[in-house]
Ligand binder design. Structure first.
Ligand SMILES: [Zn+2]
Ligand SMILES: [Zn+2]
Length: 287
């Protein structure tokens, strides 16, 4: 197995679904000997303020534990900026964040994207407009047609996000499959969405943006990367040049997991280098 090069997608306790401190994550990255490392805490932009702001005390809100992502993400960026100074010379640390569905609150999205401390922003789509995170939906009760329409909306909204494009890479393009296929065992015919995915890639490429190979699926029931090999190949065939690798670790022990396999997959798709970002500019590491 090859050496783990970098990990450009991880979460600390400033994300609502992760527990380990930034310092603990940094120490782990040093001990793994990574060349570059980023914490990318969640900023689901439609939850910039705490949930009560949007829903009052309504009982039937699915994303109940959602939080004021604006404050948490900004606090994370503050702490990353301070702590990385302490680790200078031991590891190249990039200050990052994962922005979710930016078009659902464009004003705060623009504000976050312009934060001068950021090196690297992942653009992700975790929930369709007006619908809960894909994580919360019950796919056992949906018809195939309902799932198809959910995914069509997902890719259409992802395309709109890519047209906005104020981020470096598109996060886990096929995220809903973690739940639809991995957790609920439903079958999805991805060929239905190929034209949309092509358009997403052409948009990213013309804006000089990349995609990530998110390796979290390898350690989950889904068992594959987001997106998988054929889709990464398509990005390459269309002229895509920028790939990052991310474990999407939500705890110290998952940091770096699957990165070596992700690097192999990138090679199989025709890449001989992967990127990380310093002040929004790509730096390439040879595979
Ligand atoms: Zn995500
Ligand atoms: Zn993430």
């Amino acid at each position: 197995m090859e050496k783990i090069l970098l990990d450009m997608h991880t979460h600390s306790s400033f994300s609502p679904d992760a527990d380990d401190s930034i310092e603990a994550m940094y120490e782990r990255a040093v001990s793994l000997g990574l060349k570059a490392y980023a914490i990318t805490d969640h900023c689901d932009i439609n939850y910039w303020y705490p949930t009560e702001h949007y829903f009052g005390d309504k009982e039937d809100v699915l994303d109940k534990e959602m939080y004021g992502s604006g404050k948490y993400c900004t606090d994370s960026i503050n702490e990353q900026s301070v702590l990385r100074e302490k680790l200078q010379g031991r590891l190249e640390i990039l200050v990052g964040a994962e922005i979710g569905q930016p078009l659902q609150d464009i004003e705060h999205a623009e504000q976050l994207a312009a934060d001068p401390r950021l090196d690297f922003l992942i653009g992700s789509h975790h929930m369709n407009a007006g619908v809960a995170d894909f994580y919360y939906l019950d796919y056992s009760k949906m018809t195939d047609e309902e799932i198809r329409s959910l995914l069509e909306d997902c890719f259409a909204q992802t395309l709109d996000m890519c047209r906005w494009g104020k981020f470096e890479v598109l996060g886990h393009l096929t995220y809903p499959l973690r739940y639809i296929c991995g957790e609920y065992g439903r079958t999805v015919d991805m060929s239905c969405y190929e034209d949309m995915i092509r358009e997403i890639f052409c948009t990213l490429i013309s804006n000089g943006k990349g995609i990530e190979i998110n390796t979290s699926g390898l350690r989950q029931k889904y068992g594959r990367t987001f997106p998988e090999l054929d889709t990464v190949k398509l990005y390459r065939e269309l002229g895509g040049e920028i790939i990052t690798l991310g474990s999407d670790a939500h705890r110290v022990n998952d940091l770096g997991c699957g990165i070596a396999e992700g690097a192999e997959l990138a090679k199989a798709a025709g890449f001989d280098r992967v990127a990380y970002f310093r002040k929004h500019e790509p730096v390439f590491l040879k595979l």
